[in-house]
Every structure is written in C-alpha cells, then in structure tokens.
Design a protein around this ligand. Structure first.
Ligand code: EPU
Length: 340
C-alpha cells in the first residue's frame, strides 16, 4: 500500500536545513511498495527523488514530482567459514548507529567511518570515506530494485563501479536503482587503519580496541565538522580535486606548502586548504557561509536559501580557479539540478 501525501515540507529531512516542499511524498517501509511506486510515477509522469538522511543534498524550494523517503529497517548476519561475517543492513537504518552496533557485535572494519551522517542505503551512492577507509573496502553487495528491468536484483562490488565519492548510483546510472539493503564483509579480528594524522597517535597504545578508534574518529569529526542538528551543512561541500603530477609540481613551485596526497598515479589536492588559503574560512554572506574550523564545509545559519548558497559556491570556485588554476566540483547532489 502506498500512502501518498501532497505538499509535504522537507525542512527537517535535509541536513542543510533548507526550506523545501515536495509536491508528492511517500514513506517506503516495505520493499513491496517499490514496484507500485515506480508504476505510479511512470503513469503520472512524475520524477522520483529518493531521500535517505538528506545529508548530501541541496534542495530547491519546490520539489516537483515524488519524494520517497526510504525507511526500510532490518539487520541480519551470517558467519563465513574463513571467520569473516556477512552483515546485511536495510537501506533506511542510520549509518552511525549501524557502525556503533557493529562494534557491539564484535564486527570490525568500518570503525573509521563513525559519525558520518545519513543512512546505510545512501552510503554506497557516494562511496563514503574518511580517515583512510572507504565503504567499498568492506562492501560485499548491494540489493536494489532495478527501475529499468522492473525487478529486484543484487549488484556485486565491481558492478557498483566505486571510485572516490562516486559509484554507478551517482554517475553512470543515477536514476536506475533504488537501494534496499547493503551487505558488508567484516572481520572478527580487529586490524586498525591508523595512517591518518590524528589517528596515528593511537598506534603505540597497548590493548587498542576498535571502540578506541571509533571514539577518536568521533572526537576529530566533532572538532572539525559542525553537527547538522546545530548548524545546517552537507559535510564536505567540494570534492578534493585530482590532478596530474606535472601540474602539482608547477603548483608546488608557487605554493610549497600546498597539501596533496598520492592517488593512483595522480595527485589529490586538499580543497579545504586551497579555500582556506583564498581567505574564505569563517566568511559569511547573508545566511550562508564557510565553516570557521573547516573551509570545505559550507553552512546555512538558518533561513538561508539555495540561491545564496549557489552564489557563495560560485564565488569560491572562481577564486580557487584564479589562484590555483583548479576547478572545484561540488560533492552534494543538487535537486532539481543546477541550470547552466
Ligand atoms: N585544511 C586547511 N584548512 C581548512 C581545511 C583543511 O588547511 O580549512 C588542510 C588540513 O590541515 C589538512 C588538509 O587540508 O592538511 C585536508 O583536510 P582534512 O584532513 O580535514 O580532510 P579533507 O580533505 O578536508 C576529507 C573528506 C572528509 C573526511 C576527511 C577525513 C573529501 C571531500 N572530504 O576531508 O569527508 O571526513 O577527509 O578523511 O574527501 C565528507 O565527504 O562529507 C567528509 C567530511
């Protein structure tokens, strides 16, 4: 059964806290609703926006078409002969709560991804990553409803085409699949990943546990990233741009302290460092601004609009382009898409 509502406010369902209204809205609590939903949207010629935690979205004030809040719940596990565990979690579960519960159940691998906002089903879309771990490192398969073939199916890790903050769900076929559950492959043995500064200091600690890493990640994130409940934001607003090594060499001559990381034969630049260097950190324009502790995060102080945010974004892009010759791509999805 689909219970469709009209003109539903989404203000509390997007972490930037923009005021937005959905023309049609439905809450999905059972996968059996999905074929009905897709049929309805096709018949009525409605575009479909899937909503998880709303933490990577920039909404316009009027969302024409159907918004479906994916609220599927469920958790089950299966032990493999080699000691590892397959853990299946439904798409609507909260990501951070799920990581916390993994540790309670002695399942390790995703502790570095603590405190990332959003839902389990949204996590594969942009292949969430932090502190040296990416979702794809521990993903086994993704269960989906395929809107093109009108059937439920599963995508293996390789079929998901994961890349830095990217996947088949985001770029290649953005409107094809509705994620219903994700299966992770986790260890019973704890193998810490401590390469990231801020975690490396844990390396010498005797009896280090995954819970210690989890707590440390939470503490770093709380100090650098604003809590969306207190200050509207969508996490990192720009991707870290990846450039060829020759371009980095040239840039380093002009900016010797430019922060960069090797990335599969190319070089990933710290966008936050460049935005900071251009003087944007802590700046406010109207009701939106650049967070004072992390220049990669843009915020809505309350009552801000998407137009204001787009203007700030464009000014930052231009300023970084003029200074460093590099174009910053936004990380969140804009819905409706930005008009060029
Ligand atoms: N930096 C500055 N000024 C700033 C911000 C950063 O100089 O205002 C410098 C830092 O000192 C550091 C470098 O830039 O040397 C990189 O900054 P940071 O370590 O904070 O990481 P990041 O590149 O800004 C990425 C992810 C985050 C993830 C962290 C930790 C992207 C776009 N962002 O941020 O992901 O939590 O690394 O792994 O890849 C997200 O995607 O929403 C997100 C928060």
């Amino acid at each position: 059964m689909l219970s469709i509502q009209r003109n539903v406010p989404l203000d509390d369902l997007n972490t930037l806290g923009f005021s937005a209204n959905a023309e049609y809205f439905v809450q999905i609590t059972d996968i059996a609703q999905l074929p009905l939903l897709c049929e309805y949207c096709q018949e009525q010629k409605l575009e479909l926006l899937l909503l998880g935690g709303g933490s990577n979205l920039v909404l316009g004030d009027r969302i024409g078409g159907m918004v479906a809040l994916i609220d599927l719940k469920g958790w089950s596990s299966e032990s493999l002969k080699d000691g590892r565990v397959l853990l299946r979690i439904a798409a609507g579960e909260n990501w951070h709560t799920a990581v916390d519960r993994m540790l309670d159940e002695g399942l390790f691998g995703l502790e570095n991804l603590a405190l990332i906002p959003g839902t389990v089903g949204a996590a594969p879309v942009q292949n969430i990553g932090a502190y040296g771990v990416e979702l794809k490192d521990h993903l086994h398969e993704v269960e989906v409803y395929d809107r093109a073939q009108k059937c439920f199916t599963r995508l293996s890790r390789s079929a998901c085409h994961f890349a830095y903050r990217d996947s088949v769900f985001k770029s290649l076929e953005p409107d094809r699949y509705i994620i219903t559950a994700v299966t992770f492959i986790l260890q019973r043995d704890f193998n810490p990943v401590l390469g990231y500064s801020g975690l490396s200091e844990l390396a010498g600690r005797p009896y280090l546990t995954a819970r210690d890493v989890f707590e440390q990640v939470c503490s770093i994130r709380r100090s650098k990233l604003p809590d969306p409940k207190l200050l509207g934001n969508a996490g990192s607003f720009f991707k870290n741009p990846v450039i060829p090594p020759e371009q980095l060499l040239q840039l380093k001559q002009r900016f010797p302290d430019l922060v960069s990381y090797p990335d599969q034969g190319r070089c990933k630049l710290a966008a936050g460092w460049m935005i900071d260097r251009c003087g944007w950190k802590g700046r406010r324009e109207g009701q939106v601004g650049v967070y004072e502790h992390q220049a990669l995060v843009l915020f809505n102080a309350g009552g801000g609009t998407r137009t204001e945010l787009e203007r700030l974004m464009a000014n930052i892009q231009l300023s970084v382009q003029q200074t460093f010759g590099v174009w910053l791509e936004p990380e969140p999805r804009f819905y409706p898409a930005i008009k060029n």
